[in-house]
Write a protein that binds this ligand. Structure first.
Ligand code: XIL
Length: 389
């Protein structure tokens, strides 16, 4: 059966992932912990494997077309970013890979991608002994084929964990250590050499800068942090290792907590390359001065700052004026990135129509660079203007 799946994945690769058929073959299912935007590839039971194979197109009669070489418009976001050695990426969901405009915008405008949900623990390791990479492989292979970088999101988090992990309440420290090491071994090992940066740790802080009481912290204390970083480095020494969080973009108690942690880790020789500022901002409320000072203090530690999940949500009603303000803010954000050593600028989705924002922040929407019809917004123009300066 494994051979059949391998053959199927190979077929998917050869077909260049541009066929709508492919995305329909991967049936996402929401788990109890995630919303409907979430892609969670089904556990590969024998039944699912059978369904998988039965839906495979009759490939021998329809050999895939040879891939067209990649032609990038020199005025695109992607081309202009490349001139500045900037990675501009988008979070993606493979269940939109059947939409031609989605894939075209992705490969024409971005040179990097992150899976919005598809590399989370619940997605890839739905039962303890079973790893399912079919879904995430599609996105990673699309990236490789289109000469894009991939950010791995995320290894250690307290959300979107599989039920086999969260249902058991009496994990011992030794058991959980083994679980974590085994997971990183499999996950990082599977994508070894293909990942630009890993969000090794995600959202480990409370707002006051203390550690979040996640199952990891409660059972292992803060030891899970260095353990995860060391293990990820051992498995893929080339991947950059990042600690990622929200509300750490400006100077405050939470970013102080992050600052003190990464400073200590560096001093102790624990492998760490940088911090990820998720950058889920509210348009109209951005403090660029504090943001700049914050970037500078992390860079002064010899660490990289990456902007990993950018969106600038707008409160209803959405007006032309508010979209213009948002465009100016996107421009400023890219300017600050370019003025510093920020070379990773990832937006949390391609089109506003698929953004997580409306379902998580009531009354807010339109946070991205492209509107619901994939038309370029003032936000897009703002980023382009900054890159052209
Ligand atoms: C979000 C996705 O966008 C949603 O589709 C999903 O339902 C929940 O997770 N911080 C993170 C991301 O690190 O993984 C989250 O993504 C957004 C907040």
């Amino acid at each position: 059966m494994k051979k059949i799946i391998a053959l199927f994945v190979l077929i998917v690769l050869l077909a260049g992932c541009t066929s709508p058929k492919i995305s329909e073959d991967i049936t996402p299912s929401a788990s109890s912990e995630v919303d409907s935007n979430t892609v969670v590839v089904e556990e590969t039971t024998e039944d699912n494997e059978a369904a998988f194979v039965a839906e495979t197109p009759v490939v021998s009669e329809n050999p895939p077309e040879p891939k067209e070489s990649l032609v990038i418009d020199p005025n695109s976001l992607r081309a202009l970013a490349e001139e500045k050695s900037m990675l501009v990426g988008a979070a993606v969901t493979i269940n939109h890979f059947g939409v031609v405009t989605y894939l075209d915008t992705l490969k024409n405008e971005f040179n990097a991608l992150t899976l919005e949900n598809g590399m989370k623990w619940a997605s890839v390791n739905p039962s303890r002994t079973n790893f399912v990479f079919a879904g995430s492989d599609i996105a990673v292979n699309f990236a490789i084929e289109n000469e894009m970088q991939v950010r791995g999101h995320t290894l250690v988090w307290h959300q979107q964990l599989p039920l086999w992990l969260t249902d058991k309440k009496d994990w011992t420290k030794e058991e959980l250590t083994e679980v974590l090491i085994n997971y990183i071994d499999n996950m990082v090992g599977h994508y070894k050499g293909k990942i630009h940066s890993w969000d090794v740790l995600n959202e480990i802080f409370n707002e006051d800068g203390t550690f979040r009481e996640s199952m990891w912290y409660k059972t292992m204390g803060d030891e899970f942090i260095a353990l995860a970083l060391k293990k990820a480095h051992e498995v893929d020494p080339e991947a950059k290792l990042i600690i990622n969080d929200y509300s750490v973009e400006t100077i405050n108690a939470k970013s102080d907590g992050l600052y003190n942690l990464v400073k200590k880790l560096k001093e102790e020789g624990v492998p760490i390359d940088g911090v990820g500022f998720q950058s889920h901002f509210i348009s109209g409320q951005m403090d660029f001065d504090s943001f700049t000072q914050n970037v500078e203090r992390f860079e002064a530690l010899g660490l990289e700052v990456q902007l990993t999940e950018i969106d600038l949500r707008i409160e209803a009603p959405i007006t032309e004026d508010k979209l213009i303000v948002q465009g100016e803010e996107y421009k400023r954000l890219m300017q600050i990135a370019l003025e510093h050593n920020i070379r990773v600028f990832i937006v949390w989705g391609i089109s506003d129509v698929h953004s997580w924002v409306p379902s998580y922040f009531a009354g807010f929407s339109s946070p991205l660079l492209f509107d619901g019809k994939y038309e370029k917004k003032p936000a897009y123009d703002g980023v382009i203007e900054a890159l052209k300066e």
